[in-house]
Design a protein around this ligand. Sequence first.
Ligand code: NAD
Ligand code: DAU
Length: 355
Amino acid sequence: MKTWLVTGGAGFIGSNFVLRARSRGLARIINLDLLTYAGNVHNLDCLREDPDHVFVRGDIGDRDLIGELLGRYRPDAVLNFAAESHVDRSIDGPDPFIQTNVVGTFTLLKEGLRHWRGLSVAEQAGFRFLHVSTDEVYGSLGPADPAFSECTPYAPSSPYSASKAAADHLVRAYHHTFDLPTLTTNCSNNYGPRQFPEKLIPLMILNALEGKSLPIYGDGLNVRDWLYVEDHCAAIEQVLFEGRPGEAYNIGGACELTNREVVRAVCGVLDELRPRSPYRPHDSLITFVKDRPGHDRRYAIDSTKVRSELGWHPEETFETGLRKTVEWYLRHADWVQSIQSGEYQDWIRRQYGEP
Ligand code: NAD
Ligand code: DAU
């Protein structure tokens, strides 16, 4: 069986990826996660008895630890999901974004290269360093601009997207200069089970359930391209197995929606699934609040390359994926309670003020 070192595998996308990979028996997984506020070890509860899932709490910036894990487990691939991922937090305090997203990725690359150089020629040929990145590195589109392709110049606008762009450039340089067999994926907005409720969709679901206001930034006409997390994970698998070393692949749902449309859709599903809620119709809870500084207006992904070269396509529509997502949050009140810790409450107060 193959062995993969997965970083950030207790977070939203990483945990969905690890659960999916283990349920299909794709590889033994060494899961390295620092368990920041966004990481939740309970996401991995059902793997507790799984001998082919090894959880290690630690930092991707810890060079000795990375060297030790690579030496001990000799993985066939490193998949880097670990990151500080929330744009608003990067505006509030960018330092951890530079540390984890830039310095952490650099450390993984340095140690990954050292490991790769020590492999046999056959092992070197099979090894992959897959870096999970974002469409935000391309900046913001105007209403009539074509969607981001892999050739769109980088123009990041927030500390978060700038840190991700810096990491992408390092990954590219490690392939170009040292031949490390890297792959980069640049994906659009994900939604689905286990997403931390600082992000738009889970925040709106949980606020609406409690009858709290649904804060939409600015005029609510910013556009995002939404993809169900399971479809993103399937694309990453496909890129890992079939992608060409040194290449980047854009992944997106071809599902452009304004934030108003997204929040109304969430409210519509809740109206249907919670017909006796005192807060129905839930869209009466919508309020327009101060805009995010430097708020990117529109993202849209052209995923022709991953579709035509690797045969990937999303399985879920926004309607089916959103329904699954809302149902998951309704069924997992215990999960919600576990992450509504003191730190989380502090963040919500800093970002949105006292209730
Ligand atoms: P997340 O914030 O939910 O999870 C990040 C995980 O990384 C957490 O488990 C956290 O504990 C861990 N982590 C943070 N710093 C670490 C460190 N120094 N060492 C080890 N682990 C650390 O993020 P997510 O939404 O799951 O995003 C995963 C990746 O996908 C990120 O690289 C992000 O940039 C990218 N991405 C996210 C989206 C999206 O819509 N969420 C879209 C495209 C790309
Ligand atoms: O595009 C991919 C990116 O998508 C990922 O790289 C990021 O890690 C991920 O966080 C996400 O970034 P966004 O900034 O697009 O996601 P967020 O859920 O924070 O916001 C989505 C949109 O909703 C954005 O236009 C801001 C708006 N918004 C967000 C929040 C939290 C609101 O209007 N109100 C809110 O309270």
